[in-house]
Ligand binder design. Structure first.
Ligand code: C5P
Length: 236
């Protein structure tokens, strides 16, 4: 894989406070192409943080996992798009999907891309049964992924373990974003079912989300560059 392509596949998750996030963004500027802003940072800092990262030249995945009535999700997608996000996440639960797409379209001509959360990886079969879902996890995830696709969502978020099946199920150009990625030798933290960056991409991920192995490293830029190098070396 070419280096420029590899750099565009790694989304750095900044799950930290504003000060540290800005420090990391300045360090990674010119190296990383994508940053992920999650609820922790966004609910503290609001749309300004997205604008700041955009001004530094990053693409921003605003991972707020919208889940509400269609009217509210439409508004949320519109507002998040106006803040400048390039990629947004929404739960794959029915009517909110089409509303999310509408909100993104209303906000900008070059609309933000959208990915759906199918079954949270924190949910297992028992947890699904508790909320009345009897189908096997993989079947439920596949059903929601297809539902997202027919509702105009550009892709999904899933574990690297599911990426292969999801790539077979969805269009070849669908976005498949996988967290749970750990470079060889990196600490697992609270992730359990992990893959290396090249394994995740080879299984079908279009983008990988990596947080602590980069943000917690003594030299975050070197950690990021090592991931890119591993992709360049191992992915055709
Ligand atoms: O630090 P780490 O690499 O584990 O960060 C992974 C990021 O991906 C975090 O922002 C986390 O919230 C997110 N994520 C995850 N597992 C999921 C969905 C999202 O780790 N199933």
């Amino acid at each position: 894989m070419l280096e420029t392509d590899a750099r565009d596949r790694v989304i750095v998750a900044l799950d930290c406070d504003r000060e540290r996030a800005l420090e990391l963004a300045h360090e990674l500027s010119g190296h990383a192409a994508w940053l992920k802003v999650g609820m922790t940072l966004y609910y503290a800092e609001g749309p300004e943080i997205v604008k700041t990262f955009k001004d530094l030249g990053f693409k921003v995945f605003l991972d707020l996992k919208f889940h509400d009535i269609p009217h509210q999700v439409r508004g949320a997608a519109r507002s998040a798009s106006l803040a400048g996000a390039d990629l947004l996440s929404v739960h794959g639960s029915g009517a909110m999907l089409a509303a999310c797409r509408e909100g993104a379209e209303e906000a900008r001509e070059d609309r933000a891309k959208l990915v759906a959360i199918t079954v949270l990886t924190s949910m297992n079969q028992d947890a699904l049964a508790e909320i009345g879902v009897e189908s096997p996890v993989a079947e439920e995830a596949a059903r929601l992924a297809k539902l997202a696709q027919v509702n105009g969502i550009d892709g999904i978020v899933c574990s690297p373990m599911e990426a292969h099946d999801m790539r077979e199920l969805l269009a070849p150009d669908a976005l498949i974003v996988t967290p749970g990625v750990r470079p060889v030798g990196a600490a697992l933290g609270d992730q359990s079912r992990v893959a290396t960056p090249s394994q995740a991409i080879e299984r079908g991920a279009s983008h990988i989300v990596v947080g602590r192995p980069i943000t917690g490293a003594d030299d975050p830029v070197a950690a990021f560059d090592a991931i890119v190098a591993e992709l360049v070396e191992n992915v055709a």
